[in-house]
Design a protein around this ligand. Sequence first.
Ligand code: NAD
Length: 351
Amino acid sequence: MLKIGILLGDDIGLEVVPECVKVMKAAAAKTGLEIEWQPLPIGRKAHEALGHTMPASTVEALAGVDGWVQGPIGHNVYPRNDPTWINPPLRKKFELFANIKPVKSYPNLPSLHKNVDIVFLRETTEGMQSSSVVFAGAGEFRPNDEISIGMRVVTRKGANRVAREAFEIARTGGRKKVTALHKEPVYRLVCGMFAEECRKVAKEYPDIQFEEVLIDGFAMKLVMKPQQYDVVVTTNQFGDIVTDEGAGIVGGLGLAPGLVVGERQAMAQATHGSAPDIAGQNIANPYAMIMSGKMLLEWLGRKRGEPRAVEAARLIETAVDQVIAQAEHLTGDLGGKASTTEMGDAIAAAV
Ligand code: NAD
């Protein structure tokens, strides 16, 4: 039995998260996987009901689940002066240390490149993002109005565990190569430590090819020939940038799922935001959220030794491939005419 939280988020989160849960439920029913679902309030709706965008009761409940599906946060709709912010404190509290973002092209969908199938891992608890790294205070400061100073943190533990996750994904996913991105010749200590840990972990996975590529050259090579990459792992800020670049080469935000993982728990979260411009119209593309849910099942299946969860994930992926190939139930951003619920229904039916 898996325990999975449902956090709708804001705006289109209220539309795409239910489609993701619908598809996950269909796959669980098909494989006999038992899931206890826990709806947990966050965002604008939580503020209206409980006076807080991230209620303490939700945080407490999250500690007891195996993972959760979380919709995007729409900061624009929060009441003015509400100091709450959600994603960085959650990543920190639950030590969600890697954001896994697949980038996959489909033959019949418009994209800059075809035959692309990359899994990116971005470290998420260190690096240059002060909010995630620092216990108190900030990782940047301005001693006078002419100078601003920012810090970058890399630890052996942080680098090692994200590298290990990358090699595990490669091995268990039948993939062949892990590419580590850094710029060690310039950032000798921080990038140097990241590279050292990647090399150490690589030695434990002799079945997986390992290469190192400098981040600036990678940015160019990814645009020109993305087919040469398989699993790609890097530090927080570099990862933040190249994963968006990756989404761009296969068709953009509607096609960019994500899973943020810790040692014990994981959060399914699409890359896109709450898209207030299209919210409430039942036209948002549910693909990214549904594929994020699929990744959660796959990861939990692997970590908990639950083959039915792995099988449920496989069923979802096959169903999504089928619905995309048939191209009869696609949302407007993918060139179709279907609503969010029609596309979700078609994928659930295919499962
Ligand atoms: P956005 O990702 O919400 O939207 C950018 C564009 O992409 C919009 O035109 C939108 O309509 C389109 N789009 C996004 N998702 C789509 C989908 N599933 N189907 C079809 N079209 C889609 O980015 P934004 O407008 O810069 O941000 C809106 C809000 O989301 C802001 O409050 C921002 O802070 C928040 N945000 C939250 C997260 C998160 O919680 N993970 C991530 C990014 C942005």
